[in-house]
Design a protein around this ligand. Sequence first.
Ligand code: SF4
Length: 321
Amino acid sequence: MADVPLLAVEDLVVEYMTPSGPVRAVDAVSFVLARGEVLGLVGESGSGKSTVAQALARILGPPAMITAGRVLFEGSDVLAMHEDDLRRFRWRKMSFVLQSAMNALCPVLTIGEQIIDVLVTHERTSARAARERAAHLLELVGIDPARLTSHPHELSGGMRQRVGIALALALDPPLIVMDEPTTALDVVVQHEVLSKIAELKEKLGLSVLFITHDMSIVSQFATRIGVLYAGRLVEMAPTRELFRAPRHPYTKGLLGSFVSLHGPRRRLAGIPGSPPDLRRLPAGCAFRARCAEATARCATEAPVLRGIGEDHSTACHLVSP
Ligand code: SF4
């Protein structure tokens, strides 16, 4: 198993079935995530990043459908699993931390009841052992175990999100998918939660797929970053390389859109326009209408993702190795 990647996604396609026909939200996305790695997936709203995350554990509901590709987890094809195998796979092998813990947690159960419920359901452990484990999990995320008897509304936003992380850690899964885990928090609480995630990553050697629209956040953890635009991966590179030498015009735009506390002062550039309507994608490159570097070729031919250097790939006609 040593040379089998923890997660390999191959040409994944997800479509939403609408009255006017299928809309492709994820288009031939491929990537690999190694054990102990934190891989960032970045893009604007509607880029397909959350749809990719949900497709990995097959928790997408209609009208979304996975219409092509493979998701290999430790070599096993998740898309071919039967319901029973899927039930064992979810949370034990791949767990989730979602954007708003207030929505993810049950408001009428205590924190302890919710963590113990996960442990007893999946591990058939005794109530006492589950209670001890729940207390340990809260300690791990920096919350006093006395809070096991609290309800979600009695905790601050940051604490609730850390409870979400404790729940994701409950069964020691090899992979945690964090989907915008700090987006709903103010910057101070965001820092508190990000620090905790960074600490746990070091302590437990977590493998994480970290999904966000915020480049500055993902740069703190990710070993590599994949940039999604209109459902396609347009650039993938080690984090340092991506920040040092972004090659795709969209990546350059994203990096020019946030404030850096380091380096020389510069004017924030932003990206003009907005992402395309997936129901009416233009011919050629989907980024063309917003791209200052577009040429005539970009209007007719869609660029494909190809390697341009060590572990660095991009999808742009103007970029060559
Ligand atoms: Fe811009 Fe053309 Fe590259 Fe697309 S392929 S990002 S339009 S230069």
